[in-house]
Design a binder for this molecule. Structure first.
Ligand code: FAD
Length: 502
């Protein structure tokens, strides 16, 4: 998304002047990166980016609208919105929980989150007392979202004295059940932010994160077609697939006389070395690989940049968080549908904690890492779960598909994403980890060489630019963040060459 939005912008802005000779090099065999629409059992599904997070002001929504991607005859994931199903909450052991039990804990969680995100909290006496107590107990410093939420639950128990046992829930005590419902909400938020442990998610950064207002929707025609639309303006041959960049050679001191004479590419200061031994020289390169690929790239056994990146950039790359979330699609067997006349609900799952002896060994590990299972639209036989972090990685590595040979439900087909083990991504999206901040995002976005105004030619300046979701201070982790970062870097180059920037 970032690379193609930059290329699209540069091409459209300068086509008539032929200012740039553009080339997009992509290591994979398709364009789109973490946007990857696919099909499963006749339905259109998304293996990566799924939602337009808020349509008002979203550039992705605008492209989808202009390219007529908002309607389709083929059924698509979440075509009926997110809250279309009957929600039920079931605790391990098969106990359906009464909504009146679940609601107060869910409300508590939502209010704590709203407070963290700097949004207005539903006004009631209990919430404000709880928040006051949390705030005084946590104090400033390196506060994490996880520790604040933990304080919130403790404070809740300090105020709410109802200890009555809950009927019809087997061995579950009221407190353990409340804790497990809260943990379910935490798992849902872990999937949203791609964080393995909410204790590593920075508290302060959450309120700086911006979301566009308005509805959240999926794209009927498929997210990948937004990418196709951006790519469609580029002349044939501009995008080169299967070109894995191994090294990026740049010249911090500007283009030396030797290199001007020596490399046969005029005075181009940057050289890309590909895995097949070939190379390509350029005046400017916009690097849009994921933060996961950059994290590997700065390792000493990899050294993607020659010479290595300056230390502020290395520190920013090391400190920022990059998480893993994966999706698994399961097709219910036709037998299941014939013998069950009810619709598969939006199933919220409440599990015993990791150290509990009451854990049912038949529940697969990956499922415990998710918070819910639900059909991709009402009455669909395709059931979806998102799972996060360590569980996702373990599933990525062992390659097994133990996706639910439970006694009651059989699945005919399984499809899952593998963002963690794919060397072109090494994870899903970035977050601000405890110990990092928005300043690290800005440091990552800084072009190289730094302080280059003293370098002789404009071609020696802005040799290596950085775009991609992880470089957008307020919209990181999203497709629109990636898009906007690509536009930002294209504009930087256009300005550099005194072109009009729109
Ligand atoms: C499961 C999942 C769900 C998501 N859900 C949403 C959502 O609902 N809404 C939302 O807005 N966002 C979502 N996202 C995030 C969104 O997909 C990304 O933020 C965005 O697509 C990133 O775009 P990018 O251009 O920054 O990076 P990428 O898409 O990663 O593009 C980088 C490109 O670089 C290529 N590359 C990597 N290494 C090399 C190399 N060495 N040489 C050459 N090429 C290389 C890659 O193949 C890739 O095509 C989700 C992501 C995932 C994984």
């Amino acid at each position: 998304m970032a690379g193609l939005s930059a290329a699209n912008k540069l091409f459209k802005s300068t086509n008539s002047k032929q200012l740039f000779e553009l080339c997009v090099v992509e290591g994979g065999t398709r364009i789109g990166g973490r946007i990857n629409s696919s099909e499963f059992c006749g339905d259109r599904i998304e293996l990566g980016a799924t939602w337009i997070h808020g349509i008002q002001g979203s550039p992705v929504y605008k492209i989808a609208q202009q390219s007529a991607l908002l309607h389709s005859h083929q059924p698509w994931e979440r075509m009926d919105g997110f809250f279309s199903h009957k929600h039920i909450t079931v605790a391990e052991g098969g106990y359906e929980l009464n909504p009146s039990f679940v609601r107060p804990i869910s409300t508590l969680f939502k209010n704590l989150l709203k407070f963290i995100q700097g949004e207005p909290v539903d006004e009631d006496g209990l919430s404000s007392e709880i928040l006051k107590r949390c705030w005084s107990n946590c104090g400033p410093g390196n506060l994490s979202v996880g520790s604040f939420l933990k304080e919130g639950l403790e404070a809740y128990w300090g105020f709410v004295k109802d200890q009555k046992p809950v009927d019809g829930v087997g061995n579950w005590s009221r407190k353990s059940l409340e804790e497990a419902v809260f943990a379910m909400r935490e798992r849902a938020y872990r999937a949203y932010s791609a964080v393995d442990d909410l204790g590593t998610l920075d508290y302060n950064a959450e309120s700086a994160y911006e979301i566009f207002p308005g509805e959240e929707i999926t794209i009927a025609g498929g997210y990948s077609r937004v990418i196709d639309s951006l790519a469609s303006v580029l002349p044939v041959g501009t995008i080169q697939l299967g070109r894995i960049v191994e090294k990026i050679e740049w010249q911090p001191g500007g283009c030396s006389q030797e290199s001007r004479k020596g490399n046969g590419d005029g005075s181009m200061p940057v050289k890309l070395h590909f895995s097949d031994g070939s190379s390509l020289s350029a005046d400017h390169v916009i690097v849009t690989v994921s933060l996961g690929v950059l994290k590997r790239g700065i390792r000493q056994d990899c050294n993607m940049f020659i010479p290595p990146l300056p230390s502020p950039k290395i520190q920013a790359i090391s400190r920022l968080g990059y998480g893993l979330v994966d999706k698994v699609f399961l097709q219910l067997s036709s037998h299941y549908q014939e013998t069950n006349d009810f619709e598969f609900p939006f199933l919220q799952m409440v599990f015993h904690p990791p150290d509990s002896e009451l854990r049912d060994p038949r529940i697969p590990r990956w499922m415990r890492g998710g918070s819910s299972l639900y059909p991709i639209y009402c009455n669909s036989r395709v059931i979806l779960s998102w799972f996060t972090g360590q569980e996702a990685l373990e599933k990525s590595q062992d390659g097994s598909e133990d996706s639910g040979e439970g006694k009651q439900v059989k699945f005919d087909n399984v499809l899952r994403s593998r963002w963690g083990s794919d060397p072109l991504f090494l994870g899903s999206y970035s977050y601000v980890a405890v110990g990092s901040s928005g300043d690290d995002i800005d440091a990552l976005a800084e072009p190289l060489p730094q302080n280059s105004s003293n370098l002789d030619s404009p071609r020696s300046q802005l040799q290596v630019l950085f775009a991609g979701e992880a470089t957008h201070r307020t919209h990181y982790s999203t497709t629109h963040g990636a898009y906007l970062s690509g536009i930002r870097e294209a504009n930087r180059l256009l300005k550099h060459y005194n072109c009009d920037v729109v």
